[in-house]
Write a protein that binds this ligand. Structure first.
Ligand code: IPE
Ligand code: IPE
Ligand code: MG
Length: 243
């Protein structure tokens, strides 16, 4: 079997904050706070595994259905993370991008996102994408709308193809997703990166997100490296081999 290279782009569904807190008799918000620490550890560890781009799921379009106090805590955490971690991102050459819809977010969160993206836009060492108020279906619909607008303004003449369509997704320009990790034992996409997941490998880990860090990421990358990726083709050495 051919050895698979390092994953360039890893995407993580950070799940299990609530269960982590419940197991300790703590309120769910404590799990989310610990989850931010796990995120910082994981972002720091990622380049050590050859990862160039990390996309994390922070808040889904479906997460608005949670109790208002929890939603408000999650808004507070993103506010804090995108302000307090900017210096480190700057130092380490991290470019930050937020995927998803801006509409519906509190005005100050929108402003913080715009500022953080602008301040790190020139960084080239590492791309960190935070999916926040993100849903894969909504993102695909937004891309379709953008294409229709371009078409109406006479901006595009060529026939629509995959590359042109993908320009309208909020992840446009990022490398293809190689590996999708979901923590906490759940095995579903929950509307994450529907288009981008087309040829990603999936690794499901039982670790609850607040316990995540370099060791768990290393295990996921090792599992990925043992996978054989065929992209619909056949291994070169199997082409001539008899049955
Ligand atoms: C993931 O943890 C974080 C977000 C969805 C924001 P959960 O809050 O989903 O934790 P569980 O699944 O209830 O344990
Ligand atoms: C997906 O997790 C969203 C994020 C990790 C931000 P959920 O915990 O919200 O997903 P479900 O409800 O288990 O599908
Ligand atoms: Mg969950």
């Amino acid at each position: 079997m051919s050895a698979t290279a390092d994953p360039r782009h890893v995407a993580i569904i950070m799940d299990g904050n609530g269960r982590w807190a419940k197991a300790r008799g703590l309120p769910r918000v404590m799990g989310h706070r610990e989850g931010v620490k796990a995120l910082k550890r994981t972002v720091e560890a990622a380049p050590r595994f050859g990862i160039e781009c990390l996309t994390v799921f922070g808040f889904s379009t479906e997460n608005w259905s949670r109790p208002a106090a929890e939603v408000s805590e999650l808004m507070g955490l993103v506010r804090n993370y995108l302000s307090s971690d900017l210096d480190r991102m700057e130092r380490e050459g991290v470019r930050l991008r937020v995927l998803g819809r801006r509409e519906g977010l509190p005005e100050d969160v929108k402003a913080i996102i715009t500022r953080a993206e602008a301040r790190t836009a020139h960084n080239r060492q590492f791309l960190l994408q935070v999916a926040f108020n993100y849903g894969g279906r909504a993102d695909i619909v937004a891309a379709a709308r953008r294409y229709a607008e371009k078409l109406a303004s006479g901006d595009v003449t060529a026939q629509l193809d995959e590359a042109e369509f993908a320009q309208g997704l909020s992840s446009a320009g990022a490398p293809d997703v190689d590996l999708i990790i979901r923590t906490s034992g759940e095995q579903r996409l929950s509307n994450f990166l529907l288009w981008e997941a087309a040829y990603a490998e999936f690794v499901f880990q039982d670790t609850l997100w607040p316990d995540y860090g370099e060791a768990a990421l290393g295990e996921a990358v090792d599992t990925f490296r043992r996978r054989e990726r065929r992209f619909g083709g056949v291994e070169a050495r199997d082409v001539m081999a008899a049955g």
